[in-house]
Design a protein around this ligand. Sequence first.
Ligand SMILES: Cc1ncc(COP(=O)(O)O)c(C=O)c1O
Length: 368
Amino acid sequence: MTKPLYVTRPDLPELETFLPYLQQIWQSGVLTNNGPFHQQLEQALQDYLGVDYISVFNNGTNALLVALQALELKGEVITTPFTFLATTSSLIWQGLTPVFVDIDPVSLNLDPNAIAAAITDKTCAIMPVHCYGNPCDTSAIRAVAQQHGLKVIYDAAHAFGVKHQGQSVLQEGDLAVLSFHATKVFNTIEGGAVICHSAQMKQKIDRLKNFGIVNEFKAEAAGINGKMNELQAAFGLAQLPGLAGALRRRAKVHQYYCDALARIPGLQCVPLLADGAPNYAYFPILVTDEFGMSCKALYEALKAKSIFARRYFYPLTPVLLDMDIDESCYPVAADAAERVLCLPMSGSLTQAEQDLVINAVIEARGQV
Ligand SMILES: Cc1ncc(COP(=O)(O)O)c(C=O)c1O
């Protein structure tokens, strides 16, 4: 049987790099609670990403929950239906009302005009997603938010290391949230982070992720347990030295797909929009009518050959959550969801494996 090809393959640090960290953990006996590796990882990521302040978490979803809690929001939050479930579910868990608006057909990110049109007197914030690591139109979003006095929390789960117009996209917004899940460009097995712009906000977030504890006898607020443990932090530290190489390999994988797929009528590669440093987190394509076969049929044809592409993001979140919302509110997102397919992408994908994917796509089309 052919070895299955999944949409991503986690990047692992070199084992020889990771083992000394484990030895130190075994020696110190410190497993969690803002341990030395947790602190080192925060410093290393702050430097690597070029951001003001960062607080690392045990996963991205808890980071989203704490980010929303830290801003003390109430009411409606304008967001995208074209994203992973956690974007919306974190809003719902915070008692906030998600208001879904349409996306731009090129970037597949929130359309700033649609945001502006959806603002009501209940709107308190905007939660855009840098989908697939492509930067949102951050200056337009900033302008709308400033005009209406709204907070902006970027779900930057896909945007690790992305730079646009000379600056990290993670610096945008009141807060930005990363995921370090195993499927991401940089991973700590499970993990995440909140990026903020003041020491005061960092302290608030640090406390909220540790039950709200100020000291032994005082809690500032009802917090949760969002702490990253020492093994996760060590895994992240061990992965950092290999990151530049992994990104270079991802760039090659990206280019090879682009060159091969450009020759196939009816397939559109979603363009990379970060003009500084893209991160090649995913390889999404749109299957147009010209392809002669639906995206669903192509997905099934690949699956029959043990190629597990993913239809990120179909169905749209409001459909997944069975919310009674008319798709005519976001026709571009509804259309993209029907057409999008993420092909296998990772730093360790070989050219032979890519050829398997490309040939399977060509064969599927040939059978139409
Ligand atoms: C857009 C988006 N937001 C949030 C998350 C949640 O992150 P995590 O899986 O680290 O909880 C993901 C994750 O996978 C994601 O793709």
